[in-house]
Write a protein that binds this ligand. Structure first.
Ligand SMILES: *[C@@H]1O[C@H](CO)[C@@H](O)[C@H](O)[C@H]1NC(C)=O
Ligand SMILES: *[C@@H]1O[C@H](CO)[C@@H](O)[C@H](O)[C@H]1NC(C)=O
Ligand SMILES: *[C@@H]1O[C@H](CO)[C@@H](O)[C@H](O)[C@H]1NC(C)=O
Ligand SMILES: *[C@@H]1O[C@H](CO)[C@@H](O)[C@H](O)[C@H]1NC(C)=O
Ligand SMILES: *[C@@H]1O[C@H](CO)[C@@H](O)[C@H](O)[C@H]1NC(C)=O
Ligand SMILES: *[C@@H]1O[C@H](CO)[C@@H](O)[C@H](O)[C@H]1NC(C)=O
Ligand SMILES: *[C@@H]1O[C@H](CO)[C@@H](O)[C@H](O)[C@H]1NC(C)=O
Length: 923
């Protein structure tokens, strides 16, 4: 009974949380583990998991310099017409994604083809839809193709297709989920392919972490490094930047990074700013374009000056619109236009209106409309074919039926007008297939022709074949099939609706079907099977209870997750059995922690990876021999622990950030609930601050700052990267774990609680949660739970980092670290509150830097939560402090102060691409 309850609880616990997730694949990377790329600040995975064809290559050494790490190797596809990557980690049907494919040729094949003047050209497909033809003309150039689209199923398939001369290759694939309110134009029938995305006022490329969504913004006026456009029109303009923040509407649909909105290009002649979009390497010309222009007035108004200018597109209707800007307020203008004739170039004029300031532009994006509306094959058929593919080791790639020219040879399909294509015919003869006839065939419900002849299939003729109602031809001849033939098939053969071939099988006699006369047989068989299964379950549970009390040798069986482990980092969470966990932990030998939830054990995976295995409390009850009756009762009355467990498992499987502990897997096996985490070799931050490890080693100020930045980033992700935001609710130094190289990772989501709806700004809870010393005093009085509660707790963490003291002080009347610090600062200086161990060290810490962090901590712990900064601001300030510290340590000039509004005399060129348009429409 208990099994049943557990399963129901586990199945019905849908927590409405949705963290933006992402997949970064380094194609052709031959390592077997993921790596962190400090340049992009993302974790990249090798691609073997996502594709089973192609060959890995390195680019030529002479091309490596200056290229991102992912572009230094590639996978090429000399064989087969179509080769596909399948990305199914957490893809959610209907959600919006940015998909980016990168290609760097780099003479990986010795450059022979390029020298012959035969450019590699091939086609890129997103699923069954054509995306783009890649025409690689420059072996040094990193070609990037980017699409914003809705997921039409729960996976993405990215296919490289031979066309013309070239051998397809690919360097990297990146998938980024983006908020649904961004790029509202994108829907089921509209996808956008990037032509250009430029920040006009900056001279550097911006992407993650400045851009939450990892969009790449190129500098507008130096775009001509490797990607010179044929019609590069240089115009005079001046750059403008400000440190004042630009206000963005709460429902802003573009979320342009603030640094970009704080800078702009201004026409230097004071009158006109001309943008040209012209046909170039990376620019895709299409009949329909979406252009987004991003503006913010950065010049404080003087007197009666206004900020209005005219936007005009020659040849369009209406030919111009007036745009007025407000000081430090973001405004976005969208143009949709259709090409009439020659789609080779396109101009936009921003013209000054008399009495107004000269026109400016902060950023622009241009996308072409992509028609990705071709319907893929029926999902059930695809799933079944994928299972069959795995069993048969065939080289099937992509969709079985669509597009027709790439349909699998062994299949034939029907193409109904308004519903997805169906697989109607499957010929697997002479494939050397062994074992049982794959059960997945039973799911090809539209199949009319099935040929499995001349293999070595064994066992019985499976009854599911009788459920394929459309089947007209079934050829099973030349196998090792035994037993009787399902009666339904015999009947259909008898009435002429099915052509059934069974020659050359042990079950046939001279080609005559031996049909089973006894219809009852299956039901009779079924009862003993049920009884037998029940017995096995009972025996197993007895064995479980016994086995754990008596010390049994850990099983030598190879755990079944063997294939997925180690790569689970990016593929979601493999499921462990209880037995697996026992093996991993060497019979739960070493306890490394205890929490409200249960006990944490040290473990080692099959491949040597160290893990922490967190077992739910109930498991301990079993360990101690408490009876099953009691357990059932406990379960009925108190499902709190299980819910918490589920909360954690669900959250963690949706959350991917390098500053949050990674869930390697979980176990919901009978009574046992367990979570398997990556192991934090250096233990908790609390242990290090209190020197519980007795190493005598003191974390330096710089190390502490880095830990603070890491932890703050993890929290920021929970607050900003998840929708609805996740509030941790138990931020404390003992929940900040340190990896072997002292990278901080936030742990313990057991108490995390996602907001239920977007509209809610706070969630209410019945009871006070958290750990004494860290709980927001405002929460104590209001029971309102907001992100600011985490900010408060993080402020306490910062004070612990500065002082080295715990949050609650045993040696003081005052009792709390915050009061202690406030008193200390009131009576002395920051040097009086800083951890004395830091002062003893040779490399003394910079008191200025410490002071900044103390100030930040005091802001975070402001009594009124409105006065506390957000985690985004905290991250920003801590990063500045860290940079300052690094600069001081390396005794170079300290990090520069704030910039004032300034005009640099740089001459800027803006080159955009596009076509003729029929009319701009302002939003
Ligand atoms: C690829 O680009 C080159 C140079 O722009 C051009 O000559 C060639 O025709 C293009 N090939 C294809 C297949 O578009
Ligand atoms: C998608 O948006 C376009 C306008 O941009 C609209 O015409 C179309 O009907 C929408 N399609 C769907 C399926 O919502
Ligand atoms: C840029 O400005 C200079 C002087 O301000 C002018 O001589 C030159 O023609 C301008 N260039 C363009 C392309 O407008
Ligand atoms: C734009 O403003 C100018 C000057 O104020 C005016 O002459 C013109 O009619 C306006 N155009 C539109 C389309 O409103
Ligand atoms: C702005 O004010 C000045 C005097 O303060 C006046 O001469 C000028 O005409 C005004 N400009 C506009 C556009 O109203
Ligand atoms: C998209 O392509 C399909 C054919 O694949 C076509 O029928 C449809 O009209 C196209 N839609 C647009 C808006 O171009
Ligand atoms: C057949 O499809 C159903 C759902 O459509 C699925 O649950 C089942 O696992 C499939 N069976 C096989 C053998 O693929």
């Amino acid at each position: 009974m208990i099994y049943f309850i557990l399963l129901v609880l586990l199945a019905s616990s849908a927590i409405p949380v949705d963290c933006r997730h992402e997949v970064s694949i380094d194609c052709g990377f031959s390592g077997d583990d993921v790596y962190y790329d400090p340049d992009t600040q993302k974790i990249y995975a090798p691609d073997a998991e996502y594709i089973d064809t192609g060959a890995n290559h390195e680019i030529d050494e002479s091309y490596v310099t200056g290229q991102p790490r992912q572009a230094q190797n590639l996978r090429s596809f000399p064989d087969g017409v179509r080769n596909c990557y399948t990305i199914n980690d957490d893809v959610i049907q209907g959600d919006k994604y940015l998909i980016r494919a990168s290609f760097l040729y780099g003479d990986y094949d010795g450059g022979q083809r390029m020298r012959d003047g035969r450019n590699p050209t091939f086609d890129l497909y997103l699923g069954v839809n054509f995306w783009q033809t890649m025409n690689i003309t420059d072996s040094r150039h990193l070609y990037i193709s980017e699409m914003i689209t809705l997921a039409s199923s729960d996976y993405f398939s990215i296919c490289l297709v031979k066309s013309g001369d070239g051998i397809p290759f690919i360097s990297a694939l990146e998938l980024r989920q983006i908020d649904s309110e961004l790029y509202k134009d994108v829907n089921q029938s509209v996808s956008l392919q990037l032509s250009e995305r430029k920040s006009m006022g900056l001279d550097k490329t911006i992407r993650y972490p400045d851009d939450d969504y990892d969009r790449i913004w190129r500098p507008g006026y130096t775009s001509c490094a490797a990607t010179c456009y044929s019609r590069d029109v240089r115009r005079n303009s001046t750059l403008l930047t400000t440190t004042a923040s630009v206000e963005v509407g709460s429902d802003d649909a573009y979320k342009v990074p603030s640094e970009i909105m704080q800078s702009a290009a201004v026409s230097s002649d004071g009158n006109t700013l001309i943008l040209s979009l012209s046909n170039g390497d990376d620019v895709v010309m299409a009949p329909m374009f979406y252009v987004y222009l991003h503006f913010a007035e950065l010049r404080a108004p003087k007197g009666n000056e206004s900020s209005i200018f005219q936007l005009s597109v020659p040849g369009s209707r209406p030919s111009s619109i007036n745009i007025s800007l407000k000081y430090l307020e973001a405004r976005h203008i969208q143009l949709i236009h259709q090409a009439n004739s020659d789609p080779s170039s396109f101009y936009l004029h921003l013209t000054r209106v008399p009495g107004s300031l000269p026109p400016l532009l902060n950023a622009m994006e241009a996308y072409s409309y992509a028609n990705l509306t071709r319907i893929p094959t029926d999902q059930g058929d695809v799933d079944a074919m994928m299972k069959i593919k795995r069993l048969c080791h065939t080289k099937w790639q992509g969709d079985p039926c669509v597009p027709v020219q790439f349909a699998w040879h062994e299949t034939k399909c029907s193409f109904p007008i308004s519903t997805p294509p169906r697989v109607t015919s499957l010929d697997l003869s002479y494939q050397g297939l062994k074992g049982d006839i794959p059960a997945a065939i039973g799911n090809l419900s539209a199949i009319t022709y099935l040929n499995l002849s001349r293999n070595t299939f064994t066992g019985h003729i499976p009854p599911f074949l009788a459920n394929l109602n459309s089947l007209q031809t079934l050829d099973l001849s030349g196998n090792q099939l035994e037993g009787s033939v399902p009666i339904v098939l015999c009947n259909r053969r008898a009435n002429g609706s099915l052509r059934l071939s069974l020659e050359d099988n042990p079950c046939s006699f001279q080609g005559i079907c031996v049909c089973n006369e006894k219809k009852q047989k299956h039901t009779i068989l079924a009862i003993p099977i049920v009884v037998a299964a029940a017995t096995v379950i009972v025996l197993l549970s007895v064995f479980f209870l016994r086995g754990r009390r008596g010390k049994k040798e850990p099983s030598k069986r190879q755990p079944k997750w063997r294939d997925t482990i180690g790569s689970s980092f990016h593929t979601g969470s493999p499921h462990f059995t209880y037995q697996d966990l026992r093996t991993i932990t060497n019979n739960f030998e070493r306890v490394i922690g205890k929490g409200g939830f249960g006990t944490v054990y040290y473990g080692r995976l099959h491949d040597g990876t160290e893990v922490a295995v967190k077992m739910q409390k109930r498991f301990l009850a079993i360990e101690e021999g408490i009876t099953e009756d009691f357990m059932t009762e406990e379960l009925g009355s108190d499902s709190h622990g299980i819910k918490e467990f589920q909360a954690e498992a669900q959250l963690l499987s949706r959350v991917h950030h390098r500053n949050l502990v990674t869930l390697v897997g979980y176990c919901k096996d009978g009574h046992s609930l367990g979570l398997v985490f990556e192991y934090a070799a250096q233990g908790s931050l609390r242990d290090h601050l209190s020197d519980k490890n007795n190493t005598g080693e003191v974390l330096s100020w710089r190390e502490r700052l880095r830990i603070a930045v890491d932890a703050a980033q993890g929290l920021e992700y929970l607050h900003k990267g998840c929708k609805p935001p996740i509030i941790h609710r138990d931020v404390k130094t003992s929940n900040i774990l340190l990896s072997h190289n002292f990278e901080a990772k936030i742990a313990d989501f057991g108490l995390s609680k996602a907001f239920l709806t977007d509209a809610q700004t706070h969630a209410s809870t019945q009871a006070v949660v958290g750990t004494p010393g860290y709980v927001d005093p405002e929460y104590h009085s209001t029971y309102r739970l907001t992100e600011k509660g985490d900010v408060y707790s993080f402020g306490i963490v910062l004070l612990e980092l500065v002082t080295g003291l715990p949050a609650v002080l045993k040696f003081l009347e005052a009792g709390h670290i915050l009061q202690w610090v406030r008193q200390g600062l009131a009576q002395g200086t920051v040097a009086d509150v800083v951890d004395p161990r830091l002062k003893q060290r040779q490399q003394q810490c910079d008191m200025f830097s410490v002071r900044r962090v103390v100030d930040l901590a005091l802001n975070c712990t402001a009594l009124n939560s409105n006065e506390r900064p957000t985690m985004t601001e905290v991250v920003k300030q801590l990063k500045e402090s860290l940079q300052l510290e690094i600069a001081t340590e390396s005794s170079t000039r300290p990090y520069g102060g704030d910039l004032d509004v300034s005009q640099s005399g740089t001459t800027a060129t803006t080159s955009i691409s596009v076509t003729e348009m029929s009319g701009p429409s302002a939003r």
